[in-house]
Design a protein around this ligand. Sequence first.
Ligand code: NAD
Length: 486
Amino acid sequence: MTPPHELRLSGALDLAPAPERTPVHIPPRLGHFIDGAFVDGSDTFDTINPATGDVLAKVCAAGAEEVDAAVRAADRAFREVWGPMDGAARGKVLYRIARRMQERSRELAVLESMDNGKPIRESRDVDVPLAANHFFYYAGWADKLSYAVPGRTVRPLGVAAQVIPWNFPLLMMAWKLAPALAMGNTVVIKPAETTPLTARLLCEVFQEVGLPPGVVNVVNGAGATGGHLVGHPIPRKVAFTGSTGVGKRILASTAGSGKKVTLELGGKGANIVFADAALDQAVEGTINGIFFNQGHVCCAGSRLLLEESVAADFLGRLQRRMSTLRVGDPLDKNTDVGAINSERQLKVIQHYVDVGRNEGATVWQGSATALPKRGLFHLPTLLLDVDSTCTVAREEIFGPVLSVLTFRTPDEAIKKANDTEYGLSCGVWTEKTSKLFEVSHALNCGVVWANGYNLFDPASPFGGVRHSGFGREGGLAGLAPYLEVT
Ligand code: NAD
């Protein structure tokens, strides 16, 4: 007898290949995008698929000369085309970018999952739609800038130098580009060295929709290329998203230059669950807070603060739910937890799990699937019996690892949540609105989610305080870093 899994569907029930299996073209060699054209470079390094180890492309690293050419192209485009252009006309181009991104969304999603390792469900349903929505949102601002600062006149700054990380390559690019362009600035942007592919596809979109040459320029490379870019004398604006260490270096190197700087840096978010919360929803929120994108999220809820009276009950539910998570092939739409982006990051995560164990934490790991035999993967992990003094409760791990702490009173929860040098995000779970407001106001961070976690909207400002950086992206506040008020 034929086993059930070999039964063939026939006739009208034949299924087309899953959209996520859309073939994508990856050029074997990635140069830069300067003055509207793809140009080759010299030194190359590999970008790999972290789920397989396969080399996806050779990537050129821009030196000072290539960065200079990109900045000069941006400067020319600012003075001659984009700066003087009517806001409504700029808005039309941004709308066209958003529409074309939607049309090419399958390719963007597949490329993002191959290059970054994130599950296709996330790149398809979160990264790509949110990135397109950013262009839609800021296209709407382009002809309404006279209302941005009531009673005052606003002007663009000129060339913006932007540097982004690998955890949300396309989305971070959209967060940086859309407000800068809507305001009339031009841009040179550097993607992270491990995730350059969707930036390349977005440049094809720019060509297709007729974005004037030089308005957006992309230079590839690692830290040295980023250094050339932020240190170039022409850009009047530096926008950086990445680690706190590199952010501090950029702040020091730009001090006294007169450049406007915004920094979106690391985090150590606390997800605070009170005993009166809807516990199953809070379990889902906790999962979304830390295992979403393998925990490669600056605002991840990487500390779970549980009210002591429900801690055991909650942990039982959380562990049961974690045991259903599927770790594996990022291009399989059933995958919950994909690949870790790089070997370096995998080692960092493993190091912190060892540190947690050595400091007395109990390590618990669970998933529905075994770790794939090849590729860079890490099991969803709980570090139990952690207290605020432990390294794993203080330092950013940037992986699928959740440190669990307990508290007895709202005051204790607030103190523990604020007991970190970071200040990016927190979540508060309670049925009691008064408690929600009281606790949220006392939390020292830029973003608080109420009975939810990792929820984003282009109209809503996002950013941190303290060592998580300064400046906001998204919403009206996201325009401020890119304008001059006269
Ligand atoms: P990273 O700081 O190592 O690199 C970020 C980018 O900076 C990369 O493009 C890199 O090539 C470049 N870079 C490195 N050294 C540089 C230098 N000296 N000058 C200029 N550019 C340089 O960070 P990462 O490992 O790619 O990203 C992870 C970090 O980013 C985490 O700490 C995470 O929390 C943070 N992050 C923050 C936000 C936010 O909005 N706050 C969002 C995403 C990621």
